[in-house]
Design a protein around this ligand. Structure first.
Ligand code: FES
Ligand SMILES: [Fe+2]
Length: 345
């Protein structure tokens, strides 16, 4: 359906070729940043929940070298990431508390600190405290002269930052996935892409068993056992197990074939940055891992046009077998600083 602007003409909609489903087409080019995405939705601000609290990947290990600085945008804000001379990656809000310069634009790493390009104030990468005002005439540096920093951890080839809307401390851990870094498993391969959706919506897919048949073309609707324990969640059947650690990390295992890590980082309330890391047993030989990774990656291109054009139904009409979706939504609530209204079901 087309919408009408004030001049009475049709705006934008209806000119794009719509995909034909059952199943949805697999389109590898959708994952390249330069490919325009189908957008017939005009609804903005689709999700009633805030940015989630949790561990979220902000870079690959080795992506930011000692002394390097990167401007990033995650968690709905401008950020600066830098690796200290010891190689540890720090993440801080981008803007200097003095007069607001962007620390990534001309800033300089010194030890494990970053020096602002505007007037040379120096900030500690871990605490965020200002440790030096080079031209100050007083000894005392006010405690308010600090940038907000994020707790950091490196695991499974990724650098994770702890994001909490109210500045709260970490309340769960990023697991060590044994397969990554094991001699019995192949060197990891990674793909990454951006999708207009939220962490909660993307993860809801794992509890939506019917869509596997209609979107992905499986012969039958699969089922799965669902298990929830605090911030941890698992969905499994004999062919596949998916463990979830908060809203930023999933570990998928297809026994003896593949282990794959799915990291989802909120860019803002409506967009996420996905990083997928794959490994397979060395006994499978060369070339197999690439093929399996490609098939998983192609699968998500079937979801993308649906995710990017759907809305969130706060009170969905569900069949009996779909109660896992409500359990998932209730589980997600613990990662939000403000309560989300959920249906009375
Ligand atoms: S704005 Fe950063 S030191 Fe002045
Ligand atoms: Fe899917």
């Amino acid at each position: 359906m087309a919408t009408t602007d004030t001049l009475g003409s049709s705006v934008g909609l209806g000119d794009e070729a719509l995909p034909v489903g059952f199943p949805m087409p697999r389109r590898p080019e959708l994952l390249h940043a330069s490919t325009p995405r189908l957008r017939v939705r005009t609804v903005e601000h689709r999700f009633p929940f805030p940015l989630p609290n949790g561990w979220f990947a902000i870079a690959r290990v080795g992506e930011i070298l000692p002394g390097e600085i990167k401007a990033l945008h995650y968690f709905g804000q401008d950020l600066v990431a830098f690796a200290g001379e010891d190689g540890l990656v720090h993440l801080a809000e981008a803007y200097c508390p003095h007069l607001g310069a962007h620390l990534a634009v001309g800033g300089k790493v010194e030890g494990d600190c970053i020096r602002c390009p505007f007037h040379g104030w120096k900030f500690d990468g871990t605490s965020g405290a200002c440790t030096e005002i080079p031209y100050a005439t007083t000894e005392r540096i006010p405690s308010r002269a600090a940038v907000r920093t994020f707790p950091m951890v490196e695991r499974n080839g990724l650098v994770f930052a702890w994001h909490h809307l109210d500045g709260g401390a970490p309340f769960y851990e990023v697991p060590d996935v044994a397969e990554f870094g094991s001699a019995d498993w192949q060197p990891m391969i990674m793909s990454d892409f951006v999708i207009a959706t939220s962490c909660q919506e993307m993860a809801e897919n794992n509890h939506d068993f019917a869509h596997f048949k209609y979107v992905h073309g499986t012969d039958e609707i699969p089922d799965g056992e669902e298990h929830i324990d605090g911030t941890y969640k698992r969905v499994s059947n004999p062919n596949l197990e998916r463990e979830t650690f908060g809203l930023g990390l999933g570990v998928v295992r297809v026994p003896n074939v593949l282990t794959f890590l799915s990291s989802v980082t909120p860019i803002d309330e409506d967009n996420v940055h996905i990083r997928w890391i794959f490994t397979a047993p060395t006994s499978l030989g060369a070339g197999v891992l690439e093929k399996i990774a490609e098939s998983f990656t192609l699968g998500v291109t079937q979801d993308v046009p649906i995710w990017e054009n759907k809305v969130f139904r706060p009170r969905p009409i569900l069949t009996k077998g779909e109660s896992g979706i409500i359990a998932h939504r209730n589980w997600c609530a613990q990662f939000y600083s403000t309560p989300v209204e959920l249906p009375d079901q």
